[in-house]
Design a protein around this ligand. Structure first.
Ligand code: D5M
Ligand code: FE
Ligand code: ZN
Length: 517
């Protein structure tokens, strides 16, 4: 039965029992209809009146509200929380006096370098998958060939077939099989034409053995090997595309970028008080003098996805939702976002819980569902992944779904070490190297997930653990979460680190953190 039919039924029930509803009561019934069957509510209201011996024939909003409050407290909790977010508005606007943010005087410098939003075209035809894989392989091959130590790689696996036995050669291929048996590892690598078997022998160096053990499916590598008589290669080294040691670009002015992700607004476990304090801090209204000084230099706020908890993202999610309506989730999120000082540039990409398609690359948040966010305050909405330059510093923004797959595959990386997974992605020069695991990938003609450009800052989220490290000059940051541990994470043994915010000084790329917990 639709909500309208349910409403009609409730009213018919009241009328047949000899009661009438005023307009306010009717409006209340329709707002609560998605949470509670209005006929049930009406039955209880009438029972209440009869039990008390009341003679009234009008049923007003107050009575329905009273009954509903006992029946569906979560509806009221939601309303109260929205109200709390709004009342904060007044606090902020009244208290802006003494805070003189330096960042207000510095114009923002923002340049979008890559954004998949308007370039998405995949329909899911078989031919598209083939083309996608060709593009993935060719791009990664090209990146590999930029290294000094791979320049002498042979053109193709087929040309290795004709090399005479005992020749040393380097071959580029995608890892399609990996089998470990009795201390040796057998790999199958493929290019666009054919495949070959590579043996990492028992007597290989520990270093090589370890590298081979950590190889991910579908990763593109260069193998340095000796060819045996029967088209078998004995590996001597494995070369990842990787990134070279380099000096990152830095800003010439004293500005900071604050990195956050995984708010999960709408979930019962969204830490709204803590997030509100964070917003207050941005406004110079929270924390000690030092914290306020930092706040005054914040020019950019980057949000790496999972703004809301969404609906139907995982089984039985409803039980964990405070607001089971995605539009309303964005509405509440927008109440927080509109409190961010206007001189701060806010950059937003979607995550797997947001209103965007689920397969990577994801276009920017859907205007239809996330409308309140688009309306309240200017935000730079980009797709996932995206590359953007902030004050001359190049950021690779990626929500981080594939970190789950990397953690499951790589024996030496845990959920508590997202920075290690991010390092491995950079070494593979691909944001989702494993194909066909949990991360859905759309067969676009261009592989947007290849890490073509070396970022100065690589920002991800998703695993809800705040960690950062410097890898060969690139700053890797996983920005944690604003959601408390969920039941699922409890079962998985995942320990989130909510409410801790990494702040990047764009002049030095140094990170400091502030905890709002
Ligand atoms: O994911 C947050 C983290 O929790 C991420 O590491 C995946 C894990 N997670 C959460 N829910 C699930 C389910 N249902 N299956 C598998 N893994 C899960 P986020 O996308 O932010 O909820
Ligand atoms: Fe998340
Ligand atoms: Zn996520």
């Amino acid at each position: 039965m639709s909500e309208n039919e349910q409403l009609k039924q409730a009213i018919e029930y009241a009328v047949s029992a000899g009661y009438q509803l005023d307009l306010e009561a009717f409006q209340f019934l329709s707002t609560i209809a998605e949470k509670e069957n209005p006929t049930n509510l009406m039955e209880q209201a009438i029972k209440y009146l009869r039990d008390k011996g009341e003679k009234q024939v009008f049923i007003g909003k107050e009575l329905l509200e009273k009954i509903a409050k006992e029946k569906v407290p979560s509806f009221f909790e939601e309303q109260e929380k929205v109200a709390l977010a709004i009342s904060e508005t007044t606090v902020i606007s009244q208290a802006k006096k003494r805070f003189k943010p330096l960042a207000r005087e510095i114009p923002s410098k923002i340049k979008v370098i890559e954004d998949p939003t308007d370039k998405i075209s995949a329909t899911g035809e078989l031919e598209e998958y083939l083309e996608y894989f060709r593009d993935r392989f060719n791009r990664l091959r090209k990146i590999l060939l930029q290294r000094m130590d791979t320049r002498d790689a042979v053109n193709s696996i087929r040309s290795a077939y004709s090399a005479s036995p005992n020749t040393r050669l380097k071959i580029i291929g995608m890892v399609t099989e990996k089998k470990e048996t009795k201390q040796k590892i057998l790999l199958k690598i493929e290019d666009l034409d054919t495949s070959i078997t590579v043996l990492v022998p028992r007597n290989a160096s520990r270093q090589l053995m370890e590298k081979a053990r950590l190889l991910l499916h579908d990763q593109v590598i260069c193998v340095s090997a000796v060819k045996l008589r029967n088209n078998l290669l004995i590996a001597e080294d494995i070369i990842f595309p990787d990134i070279p040691q380099r000096t990152p670009k830095k800003a010439s002015e004293p500005v900071y970028a604050v990195l956050i992700s995984d708010l999960h607004v709408g979930s019962k476990t969204f830490l709204r008080e803590e997030f509100r304090n964070f917003i207050l801090w941005l406004n110079g209204k929270y924390g000690n003098a030092k914290m306020r000084e930092i706040a005054g230099q914040v020019k950019y706020l980057v949000v790496a996805g999972d703004i809301v908890d969404g609906i139907g993202v995982y089984p039985e999610q409803l039980k964990e939702l405070l607001i089971p309506d995605i539009y309303k989730q964005y509405e509440l999120a927008s109440m927080f976002f509109e409190q961010i000082p206007d001189y701060i540039e806010v950059i937003v990409i979607p995550g797997n819980h947001d209103a965007s398609r689920k397969a990577l690359p994801q276009p920017a948040l859907s205007r239809e569902y996330a409308e309140p966010l688009y309306e309240k305050r200017p935000l730079k909405m980009l797709g996932n992944p995206a590359v953007v330059e902030l004050h001359g510093v190049e950021f690779l923004l990626y929500h981080g779904r594939s970190i789950d797959d990397v953690v499951v595959s790589a024996p030496n990386i845990s959920f508590q070490q997202p920075e290690k997974a991010m390092r491995l992605l950079l070494q593979c020069r691909h944001l989702a190297p494993i194909y066909g695991a949990k991360t859905p990938i759309a067969p676009e003609t261009k592989d947007f997930l290849v890490i073509e450009r070396i970022p100065d800052v690589f920002h991800s989220g998703h695993v809800h653990v705040m960690k950062y490290e410097n890898y060969r000059g690139t700053l890797l940051v996983n920005s944690g979460t604003w959601q408390e541990k969920t039941l699922f994470q409890e079962k998985m043994g995942l320990e989130p680190t909510p409410g801790i915010v990494p702040i990047v000084n764009l002049q030095t790329l140094e990170v400091q953190t502030i905890s709002f917990i």
